[in-house]
Design a binder for this molecule. Sequence first.
Ligand code: NI
Length: 179
Amino acid sequence: MNRLDLLYNHRYLKYNDCIAVLPILTGAQNPVLRSKTKPIEKVTKEIKKLLKDMEETAKSAEGVGIAAPQVGRSERVCLAMINGRSAPLINPEITWKSEETDVQQEGCLSLPGIWLLVPRATAIAVRYLDEKGQLQERMLKDWDARVTQHEVDHLDGILIVDYQPEEHQTDRETAQPAL
Ligand code: NI
């Protein structure tokens, strides 16, 4: 093994040591998934590490977003795929929602095998802290807005099953299909 190999292996091991794929909690009745999260006071090293682990966890599960309760944590942090990039959202709050909504199918890493039609605002404004602790506010639309609403719901203990009508009134006519 030459010096470069050693260097490479060292980095590789270090990378693996640092980032962990976390177990994902599942089930519509799971008490952690049903709890409202608490805003964090400061973006600490520990929060950054949590976000890295969550990103790796979402990636390995082929998810486009993930929220802290899904990995058993109570901090108000999530990741949402925005513009094709996984964006960490710390203490996110949706400050505005368009009146216009649409209905699309959504899945959730915590409800494996379930795909449901969920109505969402087509545009939102979201305020949050980025990884540097800087306050950001952005306007999002379409899929970016949908993913973000799904993840912020998780931080309030809300799951996609909550948007379904009661079983006895399940009638697709009340939910407008997307296509
Ligand atoms: Ni989800």
